[in-house]
Design a protein around this ligand. Structure first.
Ligand code: F6P
Length: 532
């Protein structure tokens, strides 16, 4: 399956793809989902390469797996679970069955309860001991933090509810800094944890409870839980009326559409949150119905596979020219790397190709003044994913937005075109001559022929944010199916957790470090000598 593609790559890898790029290619190598446009014309994929890549989807049964996912089959085989985050945005309420039972009535009932609660907070009807809730602190980590934290930032122009803060790290600096800025009598704490056992979250939740109990008599009334573990939320003392539950078929990194999104709903309101869900639902419909050659998640996936598994480019930069998406790269790091960063295929055999790429990035134009040097002139190729809106939300500053867009388009052009030695020489010919001219010019050469894709959309509204995140989720799904791995478990995070638990008494000094490796013993000694 991979051999033909690799042979095709070998045959075309020296070609400069700019030479193929005319108007017809630009149209052919672009696709639309609603009014979102994906342009992948600035890559070395040609029509034959695309056909081979799309053939991978048929050979690996992506369509059947996709339908199995949407209809509640237990495709998370290592945990024996369905994968149904799509049910959380199935607003139009068609039935979705897990083990013979329709899950939609419960999903919609929870969404309605979330909406009522969020609106009562926003209106002041549900208040704290000191009056109207001014601050909401979401305590969670990984999928119970990154989605809502990214979303609240992304939706800043729509934020008209209480201030939202996010505490994730077990580092006391995180919780201390957030609590310092809040008044306990007007703060609501949301403890967001699918399992309600995660050590960072439970430790921070206890710290927040102690902080609040110094000033508030009925602390429980200002605590909310988002979890699948009703028994544990009760043990923590949170009244069931303020527990928003979900099922184990919602993976942590896929959970911002349901209760884990409560802080986002509080920030932007019920209606805007529903628009966010509708955007995702529209992408679900597109993913289920569009031909592969027009299907944005499928196309993004095959471009990713081409660059990573076929060309061997190990990383991918996500570069939003949309400052409100500043946490998107961090969000995608969990979504993509926790999902597809695996070396074993579903049947237990070693993976035949590399696992998913290292994903990283920063918003433009900031990144231009930091790491773009390496992207343009470094020895490794970094495929780039640009995101850009036609309009911002600052109408009076539209000229700045136009400058932002020009920068985005310029970067993908520069990556593709590069600058050869002759042109570089002409740029400095008035300053240098002879060997020095040559030497100086060589530093100014850009190899070019560096691939990128661009996702363009009219404006980052709640609907578009929903489209975008669902697009990335489905892209990860398609890549995972083609690679033959399980995108929905995360065994790779377990070993470190176990060892941290074992090391805690050693660090605290209640247990000897004897028997640990020499490096760890040396570090423990050093840290203890300095007061840990
Ligand atoms: O450690 C990884 C992980 O399990 C993630 O997959 C998850 O999003 C995060 O921890 C938080 O888990 P929980 O929501 O159960 O606290």
């Amino acid at each position: 399956m991979w051999t033909t593609l690799k042979a095709h790559h070998a045959a075309v890898s020296d070609r400069r793809f700019e030479m193929m790029l005319d108007g017809a290619r630009a149209a052919d190598f672009s696709a639309m989902a609603g009014d979102m446009r994906l342009d992948y014309a600035k890559t070395n994929i040609d029509a034959d390469g695309r056909a081979l890549l799309l053939d991978l989807l048929d050979k690996t049964g992506v369509a059947a797996k996709r339908d199995a996912m949407f209809t509640g089959a237990p495709i998370n085989e290592t945990e024996g679970r369905a994968v149904l985050h799509t049910a959380l945005r199935n607003l139009d309420g068609g039935p979705v069955h897990v083990d013979g039972a329709d899950v939609m009535p419960d999903v919609l009932a929870t969404l309605a309860r979330m909406g009522d609660f969020a609106e009562s907070l926003r209106s002041g009807a549900y208040a704290g001991q000191g009056g109207r809730i001014t601050d909401v602190v979401n305590i969670g980590i990984g999928g119970s933090d990154l989605g809502p934290a990214m979303g609240v930032l992304a939706m800043a122009p729509y934020h008209d509810g209480p201030r939202c803060h996010f505490v994730s790290n077990v580092d006391p600096a995180d919780v201390a800094q957030v609590l310092r800025s809040c008044d306990p009598t007007t703060t609501l704490v949301i403890v967001a944890s699918k399992t309600f056992t995660t050590i960072e979250t439970m430790t921070n939740a206890r710290t927040a409870r102690a902080w609040m109990s110094q000033k508030v008599t009925d602390v429980g009334a200002q605590f909310v839980a988002l979890s699948t573990a009703a028994d544990k939320t009760a043990e923590f003392g949170i009244d069931p009326s303020r527990v928003f539950g979900f099922e184990d078929w919602v993976g942590g990194r896929y959970s911002m559409w349901g209760p884990i999104g409560l802080s986002l709903m509080v920030a932007i309101g019920r209606d805007a949150f529903h628009a966010f869900l509708r955007g995702a639902q529209a992408m679900d419909v597109h993913f289920r119905n569009a031909e592969w050659s027009e299907n944005l998640p499928a196309l993004l996936a095959v471009v990713g596979i081409w660059h990573n598994q076929i060309c061997g480019y190990a990383t991918r930069a996500v570069l939003p020219y949309d400052n409100n998406l500043s946490r998107l790269p961090a969000y995608l790091q969990q979504l993509e790397m926790e999902s597809n960063g695996k070396g074993v295929s579903m049947d237990g055999a070693d993976l035949q190709v590399s696992s998913g790429p290292v994903v990283w990035g920063e918003p433009g134009t900031n990144g231009q003044h930091a790491f773009y040097q390496l992207i343009h002139q470094g020895t490794r190729v970094v495929p780039c994913e640009f995101l850009v809106a036609a309009r911002g939300h600052e109408d009076a500053l539209h000229h700045q937005h136009q400058l932002l867009v020009a920068n985005c388009l310029a970067q993908s052009q520069a990556l593709m075109k590069g600058r050869d030695l002759a042109e570089a020489r002409s740029k400095v010919a008035d300053k240098f001559e002879g060997d020095e001219l040559d030497r100086q010019a060589r530093h100014r050469v850009f190899p070019g022929n560096r691939p990128s894709v661009t996702l363009a959309y009219p404006q980052l509204t709640p609907f578009v944010l929903g489209q975008l995140i669902a697009l990335y989720e489905h892209r990860v799904f398609v890549e995972g199916v083609v690679l033959g791995l399980n995108s929905y478990d995360q065994w790779g995070v377990e070993l470190g957790k176990e060892l941290a638990t074992a090391l805690q008494p050693v660090v605290e000094g209640t247990q000897s470090a004897a028997g640990k490796d020499g490096s760890t013993v040396g570090l423990v000694d050093f840290l203890q000598a300095h007061g840990v």
